[in-house]
Design a protein around this ligand. Structure first.
Ligand code: ADP
Ligand code: MG
Ligand code: ZN
Length: 188
């Protein structure tokens, strides 16, 4: 089938778009499911939730090689034809090969941040984007000036997080802000 990638900064509508695409497949009589990492504490036990509050049921996977090894089995036992994965940036880079191979048989929609808070590429997302049949790039609204935001600023007590802080820190509003190129402050 195909590998589609939906990417952009935080608050750009990636999860909303993923839910829209998977839900829409129902009308094509294709059974779809969404996977997400198990550690993301922003969500309830199951389900993905967009920043607008829109939610959809989801299967959880550990963000490890062992977690990824379980993906194929769940896809088969649930009889999924469309496989959505939210926040692919949270998974090890081996997700690239796993989803690329799965896309030979299924419609795979991989969704995630293209850049981390330092504005450096996330290898999982970009490896998938390089192999994708189609890419959707979404932008958010810059919280500072209202222009299109393509960067994600991480804040610690209102100030840009430093470069040496960890790549993955789970959070939403308050911790992260979508900003445009001019308003984004590169971490020191
Ligand atoms: P993502 O998965 O890319 O983080 P979501 O799909 O969860 O994005 O949420 C997108 C929603 O976030 C928008 O539809 C809007 O309601 C809300 N939102 C909040 N702040 C912003 C912003 N600065 N720019 C765009 N959307 C925003
Ligand atoms: Mg999201
Ligand atoms: Zn701006």
């Amino acid at each position: 089938m195909t590998l589609e990638v939906v990417m952009g900064p935080m608050f750009s509508g990636k999860t909303t778009e993923l839910i829209r695409l998977v839900e829409r497949d129902v009308y094509a009589k294709r059974k779809g499911g969404i996977f997400r990492v198990s550690f993301d504490a922003r969500y309830q036990a199951t389900g993905v939730v967009a920043h607008s509050g829109l939610r959809y049921d989801a299967y959880t996977l550990e963000a490890t090689e062992q977690g990824l090894a379980k993906l194929g089995g769940t896809v088969e036992s649930a009889g999924l034809e469309t496989v959505g994965v939210d926040e692919v940036n949270f998974f090890p880079e081996s997700i690239v090969g796993v989803l690329d191979r799965l896309a030979d048989r299924k419609r795979v929609i991989a969704c995630g941040l293209n850049l981390d808070f330092r504005a450096e590429p996330f290898p999982s997302t970009m490896g998938l984007a390089a192999r994708a049949d189609a890419i959707t790039y979404l932008s958010a609204v810059c919280v500072m000036c209202g222009r299109e935001a393509t960067r994600t600023q991480r804040l610690v007590q209102g100030k840009p997080a430093t470069r040496d802080s960890p790549t993955i820190v789970v959070g939403g509003k308050g911790l992260y802000e979508p900003r445009c190129r001019s308003c984004y402050e590169p971490p020191a």
